[in-house]
Design a binder for this molecule. Structure first.
Ligand code: SAH
Length: 226
């Protein structure tokens, strides 16, 4: 069974975007994962197809209506659907590599993309939505955040990356940042590839990479080492 992503959005035309390119797009073509886009507006019951309304209590902007969102969610995920229901939200739990890996091992995701000021709190409770953030800044909508999440997850689905594109050594996988990478030419504007990397001594290469990883992590992201 392959990984199934359903995305509820007012802007389905933004997809697949980067999710259609390179290894991620190839992964879909090969059946490792699939993307189903749901236009939220299709679930508006009224003649004007309105999906939002003014915030209770006053204030700027508009809020996505709970009844419309609930109808869209119910259309793609019945009660026993095992997939997590995620709401892209700056208030959410920060996305991590560990979470991406856990999601990649599962059956898929249902993702709600917010817009405007956000969505009515009651549908978050009533449909058990888990809020996920991609960082401490505010976007105009959840679509780019959903792409970020899916791109980080899909590349971890077994078979999506070829064996030449493995991800075992990557940043965050071992709790540290990745070591510096080099390729030919041997000399670039007077800068040489570190000699140890061309020495042919695999033990020394391993040790050098471990040390460089730690050095970088200590300098840039000491929080990862705590
Ligand atoms: N008023 C809200 C922000 C609304 S931004 C607040 O202050 O929390 C509009 C939509 O963009 C959100 O509903 C969410 O879906 C998306 N979004 C914005 N920033 C995001 C982030 N850092 N991570 C994930 N989604 C985000």
């Amino acid at each position: 069974m392959s990984f199934a992503a359903d995305i509820i959005t007012l802007f389905p035309e933004l997809f697949p975007g980067p999710l259609g390119a390179s290894v991620i797009g190839r992964g879909a073509a090969q059946g490792h994962w699939s993307l189903n886009l749901v236009q939220l507006r299709d679930f508006a019951p009224d003649r004007h197809r309105s999906v939002d309304d003014t915030p209770a209590g006053g204030g700027a902007g508009m809020v996505l209506k709970p009844d419309v969102l609930a109808a869209a969610i119910d259309a793609v995920a019945h009660q026993n659907d095992p997939r997590p229901r995620l709401l892209m939200s700056p208030r959410g739990k920060p996305l991590t590599q560990a979470r991406a890996r856990a999601l990649a091992a599962g059956p898929g995701v249902v993702i709600v993309c917010g817009r405007f000021e956000g969505i009515d709190e009651r549908v978050i409770e009533a449909r058990n939505l888990e809020e996920i953030s991609i960082g401490d800044y505010v976007l105009a909508g959840g679509e780019v955040a959903a792409m970020v999440l899916l791109e980080s997850v899909v590349r971890l689905i077994p078979g999506v990356l070829g064996k030449d594109e493995s991800n075992a050594d990557e940043s965050f996988e071992n709790g540290v940042l990745e070591y510096p990478q080099y390729t030919r030419p041997q000399s670039f504007e007077g800068r040489e590839i570190p000699a140890v990397l061309t020495s042919g001594d695999h033990g020394k290469v391993e040790k050098w990479r471990r040390e460089e990883s730690l050095k970088l992590t200590r300098a840039r992201r000491p929080d990862l080492l705590k």
